[in-house]
Design a protein around this ligand. Structure first.
Ligand code: PXL
Length: 285
C-alpha cells in the first residue's frame, strides 16, 4: 500500500518554501502528500517586504474535523511553519486524529535562523513549539531553533562534531521526542550536514556533504521534506538523514550556480529525478 503523509505548513505563493517544496519532493518519492495549510502568504517572510499574511487557524480545525470522518489515517504527519502559537493545539490534534497508531510525527520547529526568530514570532511560539516537540517522533531544529527550545544562548551558529553538539542533541531529546536531528552541522574540514541522536539506543551519528557557498531560505524545508519522504518509506533515522543531506547538498549546489535572486528559494526541481530514483529503491519497485 502506498505511504501517505500530511504536510502541515504555510502556503507562501512565491519563494519556494513550505508546501510548495514539501508537495513536489514528497510526491517525487512516490509518497501520497496531503496538505493542511497553516497560513496563506504572498511570499515567505525572509527577504521580502510588504507580504500578505492570513492565518488559517479556524480552517485547520475544520479541515481536520472533516478529514477524520474519512477514516484514512496517514503514515506520517510533517509539521513546519505555523501561522501563530494558537495553532499548536490544531497541530497536536492533526497528529492525534489523522495519523495511524505507530505513525511518525515529524516536527520541524520552524521559528528562526542565524540566531534570531523569524518576523512575527516571539516567546509564545517558542513555548508552543516546545510543547509540540514533546509529541513528536522526530524533531529537526537548526541550531537557532534548538537554542530557543532549550532556553539557552546560541552557543555557536556553526555547530560541529563533538561534545557540545552531542549535549545539545541529548538536551533536545529531553523535550520528549523519540529522535532528534540537528540540521546545519559542520564537519571539522568545513563540509555541512546534520547530526542525529536516538535516545533509545543512545546512538549519535553525523552525515556530511561538500558545502557550496551561500545561505538560502527554504533549504530547511527541502531537508525536512526529503527526510520525511525517506523516513516514511522506512529508511530509519540514519538512512533518512543521509538521504536528506545528499538531496539538500545537490539542491544547494544548483541554487548557488543559478543566476537568480536567492530569495526566490532553493532550485530543487532539477534534483528531483535523482531523488525519485533513490526513493524508488527504498520502495523496492
Ligand atoms: O522556510 C521556512 C519558512 C516557511 N514559511 C514562511 C517563512 C519561512 C522562513 O522565513 O517565512 C512563511
Amino acid at each position: 500500500m502506498q505511504k501517505k503523509v500530511i504536510a502541515v505548513h504555510d502556503i507562501s505563493c512565491v519563494g519556494r518554501c513550505s508546501i510548495t517544496v514539501a508537495l513536489p519532493i514528497i510526491s517525487a518519492a512516490g509518497v501520497e502528500c496531503s496538505i493542511i495549510p497553516t497560513a496563506l502568504l504572498s511570499t515567505h517572510t525572509g527577504g521580502f517586504t510588504g507580504f500578505t499574511f492570513l492565518p488559517l487557524t479556524d480552517e485547520m480545525e475544520k479541515i481536520t474535523a472533516h478529514l477524520k470522518t474519512l477514516g484514512r489515517p496517514s503514515d506520517a504527519v510533517y509539521t513546519g511553519y505555523l501561522g501563530s502559537p494558537d495553532q499548536i493545539g490544531a497541530a497536536k490534534e492533526i497528529i492525534k486524529g489523522l495519523m495511524k497508531d505507530g505513525g511518525a510525527a515529524i516536527v520541524d520547529p520552524v521559528m528562526g535562523d542565524g540566531g534570531v526568530l523569524y518576523s512575527g514570532f516571539d516567546h509564545r511560539m517558542v513555548d508552543g513549539m516546545r510543547e509540540l516537540c514533546a509529541e513528536a517522533t522526530v524533531i529537526m531544529p537548526n541550531i537557532t531553533e534548538a537554542s530557543f527550545l532549550l532556553g539557552q544562548d546560541c552557543p555557536t551558529l556553526e555547530p560541529t562534531v563533538g561534545d557540545e553538539t552531542e549535549n545539545i542533541l541529548k538536551a533536545l531529546a529531553g523535550l520528549g521526542a523519540k529522535a532528534v536531528v540537528l540540521t546545519g552541522v559542520y564537519s571539522p574540514n568545513g563540509d555541512i550536514g546534520a547530526a542525529y541522536y536516538d535516545p533509545v539506543t543512545d546512538e549519535t551519528g553525523y552525515v556530511f556533504e561538500k558545502k557550496h557557498p551561500g545561505f538560502y531560505h527554504g533549504t530547511g524545508d527541502v531537508f525536512g521534506s526529503a527526510f520525511t519522504a525517506a523516513y516514511t518509506l522506512g529508511a530509519g533515522l540514519a538512512g533518512a538523514t543521509e538521504a536528506a543531506v545528499v538531496f539538500t547538498a545537490n539542491v544547494v549546489k544548483l541554487t548557488s550556480e543559478e543566476n537568480d535572486d536567492k530569495k526566490y528559494g532553493p532550485v530543487f526541481e532539477p534534483a528531483l529525478g535523482d531523488f525519485a530514483r533513490d526513493m524508488a529503491k527504498l520502495r523496492k519497485i
